[in-house]
Design a protein around this ligand. Structure first.
Ligand code: OMP
Length: 271
């Protein structure tokens, strides 16, 4: 099944637009796991099992694994999700961007080694830098458009003929690069006006990865109003730290599950 088919099915069957980000910060792991050699995998595994009923997919962030020399544990958590939650897509957040020959290797890493359903990439090097990912039939390629951080404006708001760069990216990706419906766009929840402009420009079918609710303070109601398509779907609304490190009265897995449930319900109440 292709990434977009899997995502469409997950939106319907889980009744959720929430994507949980797997950003395992080794300084914040629960004490009981800290001394285990597989601490990162085990932390993510328990988060995955606790939150799976409330999500449309998972987004592991590769830097948290690579910085801890834990790429093997990233392979293991991707395999674990495939085996135990096969209905939920995995978006590997790697934000790749390089010339075609190198992109071929990055694509092999993301889809071959980790078996991800989709990957995040930068548009900065243009169409031939993205093609090697699109060559993997059915895999998703999610292109940075209007990122959630304030500094994103430095380049993304530069205008040519009165049109800001992020809108050029949205148009290019939706209308030229979107081979077989494989492409999506990243637009931050922290910028609902730009989110609305992008959704309006691209129509219903291009999925948006929307990080920035939770720890970054993006507003759920404004995000839903701006980014949903006409089916009240169309977004993978990511939350990482607010779910992974939720504080609760019970144990940490319960707290993460409860945070995911509440975030899903809040999104559903506003879409
Ligand atoms: O591509 C991303 O996922 C991404 C794009 C963006 O514009 N902003 C952004 O925060 N992200 C990622 O989304 C996650 C946000 O994490 P929290 O702020 O903890 O929810 C991190 O893994 C970021 O790397």
């Amino acid at each position: 099944m292709s990434f977009i088919q899997k995502l469409n099915r997950a939106w319907c069957e889980s009744n959720s637009l929430l994507m949980v980000g797997l950003d395992p910060d080794t300084t914040r792991l629960p004490v009981e796991l800290k001394d285990r050699p597989d601490a990162i995998f085990e932390f993510c595994r328990r988060i995955v099992d606790a939150t799976a009923p409330y999500v449309c997919g998972f987004k592991p962030q590769i830097a948290y694994f690579a910085a801890a020399r834990a790429e093997g544990q990233l392979e293991d958590i991707c395999a674990y999700i495939r085996e135990n939650h096969p209905e939920l897509p995995v978006v590997l957040d790697a934000k790749r961007g390089d010339i075609g020959a190198t992109a071929v290797q990055y694509a092999k890493e993301v889809f071959g080694r980790y078996g991800a359903d989709a990957v995040t990439v930068s548009p900065y090097l243009g169409s031939d830098s993205v093609e090697p990912y699109l060559d993997w039939e059915g895999k998703g390629v999610i292109v940075l458009c209007r990122t959630s951080n304030a500094g994103g404006s430095d380049l993304q708001f530069l205008e040519t003929d009165g049109i800001p760069l992020y809108m050029r990216v949205a148009d290019l990706v939706a209308n030229k690069w979107n081979r077989n419906g494989q492409c999506g766009l990243v637009v931050g929840a922290t910028y609902p006006n730009e989110l609305a402009a992008v959704r309006k420009a691209i129509g219903d079918d291009v999925p948006l990865l929307v990080p920035g609710i939770g720890a970054q303070g993006g507003d759920v109601a404004a995000t839903c109003a701006a980014g949903c398509n006409s089916k009240k779907q169309g977004m993978m609304i990511n939350s990482s730290r607010a779910i992974l490190y939720a504080q609760g009265p019970g144990d940490w897995t319960e707290a993460a599950g409860q945070a995911a449930l509440e975030t899903r319900d809040s999104i559903n109440a506003h879409r």
